[in-house]
Design a protein around this ligand. Structure first.
Ligand SMILES: Nc1ncnc2c1ncn2[C@@H]1O[C@H](COP(=O)(O)OP(=O)(O)O)[C@@H](O)[C@H]1O
Ligand code: SF4
Ligand SMILES: [Mg+2]
Length: 290
């Protein structure tokens, strides 16, 4: 296994108040695997991925993270991740130097052009500032920067949420293609089950700081066991239904991590909840952790 995360917990103490956004997360990523982490906003997906890379400050972190893949991230909003006052080429060189501090200026320059070409950008992009590029082009630069670090694992955290739908597909196809070429695993973090179906082989569904269902994509999306996963799937808009069919959603919102509900954290929103669910997760729902 390239990466194995077991019982990860990430907690913060703020002015005496304990917040535990990640309570108990276990998942693994095989070499060159395509794994998704999916769930609504506020479930703890980003924090999980940042903790895996050792990027969370001032937190109490416990659990086991084994395997030490070289990780590179692609974040949601490329404009916020890129340095606005540095030309694109220079920013990519920073990634190259992280992987190989002794690389010469000339080799770095040649490698930048190669990387730009592999993400479908013209060589002139090297002299541009991020504000001179479109959102899709900026995300391509982020992918080039990630590749420059020669990662074993690419963590793509909502990489296309800020992009329009056609650019979304181009960017994810690109991530998939470069990951194939470089034999890199991809952990795709998203709230979009359509993207999971298209780009992942294995899926972990997260709710309230825990993985509540996992399995292969056909298992989980084809026959979801947990009512939360069933709710997420029912909320995906369908083109095969009449135009006036009502949109289905999961009632309520994800509670704050300072105040997770007792027992099964989903019980206040679950259409199948019984009185017992406020004390413990029903056995039938636990089988979703195949
Ligand atoms: N550094 C932090 N300190 C305190 N709380 C945080 C921090 N980072 C994230 N959180 C909280 O953790 C929860 C989960 O956040 P996040 O991992 O970003 O969720 P997701 O990516 O699933 O939307 C949120 O309620 C957020 O406010
Ligand atoms: S344990 Fe109960 S509340 Fe939780 S998902 Fe299952 S049925 Fe719903
Ligand atoms: Mg997030």
């Amino acid at each position: 296994m390239l990466l194995e995360v077991e019982h990860l917990r990430v907690a913060f103490r703020m002015e005496g108040v304990l917040s535990v956004p990640v309570r108990d997360v276990s998942f693994s990523v095989p070499e060159n695997g395509r794994v998704a982490l999916v769930g609504e906003s506020g479930c703890g997906k980003s924090l999980t991925s940042l903790a895996v890379g050792g990027l969370v400050d001032r937190a109490e972190i416990s659990g086991m993270i084994s395997g030490s893949p070289r990780i590179a991230y692609i974040f949601q909003n490329p404009m916020q991740s890129l340095n606005p006052v540095m030309r694109v080429g220079k920013q990519i060189v920073e990634g190259l130097r992280r992987a190989d501090p002794s690389i010469s200026d000339k080799s770095a320059e040649a490698r930048v052009l190669q990387l730009l070409e592999s993400v479908g950008l013209p060589s002139a992009t090297t002299r541009k500032f991020p504000c001179e590029l479109s959102g899709g082009q900026q995300q391509r630069v982020m992918i080039a920067m990630a590749l420059a670090q020669e990662p074993d694992l690419l963590i793509a955290d909502e990489p296309t949420t800020a992009l329009d739908v056609t650019t979304q597909k181009e960017v994810l196809d690109l991530v998939n293609r470069v990951a194939d070429e470089h034999k890199t695993a991809v952990l795709l973090i998203t709230h979009n089950l359509g993207l999971v179906a298209q780009y992942s082989k294995y899926v972990n569904v997260m709710y309230a700081g825990e993985i509540i269902e996992r399995g292969t994509v056909p298992e989980v999306l084809g026959s979801p066991i947990h009512p939360y996963t069933q709710g997420l799937l029912a909320a995906v808009p369908r083109l095969d239904l009449p135009k006036d069919s009502p949109l289905v959603g999961i009632p309520g919102t994800v509670p704050p991590p300072t105040d997770w509900p007792s027992g099964c954290a989903f019980h206040p929103r679950c259409p199948k909840a019984t009185a017992e669910c406020a004390r413990a997760v029903a056995k039938s729902c636990m089988t979703a952790l195949r």
